[in-house]
Design a protein around this ligand. Structure first.
Ligand SMILES: [Zn+2]
Length: 414
């Protein structure tokens, strides 16, 4: 499948499918030697409204939102601490001026699989989602031992076990001014596990989505198209909230209700953008099993689509739009595009609409090789991370805000 993909990317760039790719042609006189040309124009005028919106993101606000989420411990699905976190997230979204709704569903797993998540490792050198595991590999897995959490208060907070039954997830919506009937879904998952505080997995993605909801809900912000911000529950057990959303709402897309009202409770889905583990890119484990202490200088935001899906072409196109937005709007870290998106809430959408994920590393080949030693471990707490780590998440936020602001025609009211 890979051999079919690369020519598409090149064709897409040449055909000008990507914003600003058209600006590459320069007038040259015949006498002049050919000058090197840049493949994309990454500059944006100083009065670009999307740039002004990106500048409303703030590292300290992003960190404070992650910290707020960690106050609810690991937010494991089917517990009081998870329900309290859903309530807190909803209160924040409302305070930003983003009207909320709840997705309701039941989660009743077979007893022997309750809460375990069923995330097996890839076999041999084959990574989950595709690709090959290469180089030095570290351990991965989900911690289930409370004694491994040295912070006694956090251990106590995480003690209540999960129970089957009703579940809820919260979404909020910015309605488009001229195309309320079409929308992008911007999401992360608010549940976690492993006896830490799920600071990175996925407090970092949840906080990113909440920060974007705050910026887009500003009183002076107008978008042509609708944006729905979704904070999925039950990602760690197999994306049951995202699956419930599809089951309940896929058939309602684009219908005006009531007729003639101009209201579209479920706008047509134009794309799905998931954020899952945004902070930690310290590179491959060392030979002795240790990790580099600091964010590697060449850290990047990993934008992934799934090449083995019905909507691969559309998803890839969306991924490259995000890569261009990163070049234009992200202040510190670049982005790279990969073709093996897997194991997150964008997965259930891959055969329906354009779907991508943003992460700190590739999920299959890198996180799957143990590049994030905090993953589902007691060490996934706020104090583990430095500003260089938080800044990678902020750069992913700048990337998504830039891309979605452009795609939805965001402007500022005078
Ligand atoms: Zn996650």
């Amino acid at each position: 499948m890979r051999s079919k993909v690369v020519p598409f990317a090149v064709c897409a760039l040449l055909a000008g499918l990507i914003p600003s790719a058209q600006t590459t042609t320069q007038q040259t006189t015949p006498q002049e030697p050919a000058r090197p040309q840049t493949p994309t124009d990454v500059s944006a005028p100083p009065d670009d409204p999307v740039r002004m919106l990106v500048e409303r993101l703030d590292l300290e606000k992003y960190k404070a939102t992650i910290k707020g989420l960690t106050e609810f411990g690991d937010r494991r699905q089917g517990t009081d601490r998870n329900r309290a976190a859903v309530d807190w997230i909803e209160a924040q979204l409302k305070s930003y001026g983003c009207p909320t709704e709840r997705i309701k569903y039941e989660y009743n797993p077979a007893p022997n699989t309750a809460g375990r998540g069923g995330r097996g490792r890839g076999r041999g050198n084959a990574a989950q989602g595709g690709g090959r595991l290469r180089g030095i590999r570290g351990r991965t897995g989900v911690n289930t031992d409370p004694e491994k959490q040295p912070d006694l208060a956090l251990r106590e907070l995480n003690m209540q076990p999960t129970t089957p039954g009703p579940r809820e997830a919260v979404v909020c919506t910015k309605v488009g001014a001229t195309h309320p009937e079409e929308m992008y879904i911007v999401s992360g998952h608010m549940d976690g596990h492993g006896w830490g505080a799920a600071a990175n997995d996925d407090g970092s993605g949840t906080a990113l989505v909440m920060e974007l909801a705050r910026v887009f809900s500003g009183a002076d912000v107008r978008t042509e198209r609708t944006i729905r911000f979704a904070l999925w529950n039950n990602e760690e057990t197999g994306s049951q909230a995202a699956r419930a959303y599809i089951a309940q709402r896929q058939a309602l897309q684009g219908k005006e209700d009531p007729p003639g009202s101009g209201k579209y409770p479920e706008p047509k889905w134009l794309g799905m953008i998931q954020h899952d583990m945004m902070l930690f890119d310290h590179g491959m484990p060392h030979e002795d099993g240790t990790m580099s202490k600091e964010q590697r200088p060449e850290a990047d935001v990993n934008i992934e689509f799934q090449v083995n899906s019905k909507m691969a072409a559309e998803s890839q196109k969306l991924a490259w739009i995000f890569q261009v937005a990163n070049e234009r709007y992200a202040t510190d870290y670049p982005a790279s595009v990969g073709s093996h998106m897997t194991n997150t809430d964008s997965g259930p959408f891959i055969d329906i609409i354009a779907a991508i994920s943003l992460r700190e590393n590739e999920r299959g080949t890198q996180i799957g090789s143990g590049w994030d030693p905090q993953w589902h471990q007691p060490t996934d707490v706020y104090s583990t991370y430095s500003d260089k780590d938080f800044r990678l998440g902020l750069n992913a936020a700048q990337t998504t805000l830039g891309a979605v602001g452009t795609l939805t025609g965001a402007t500022l009211k005078k």
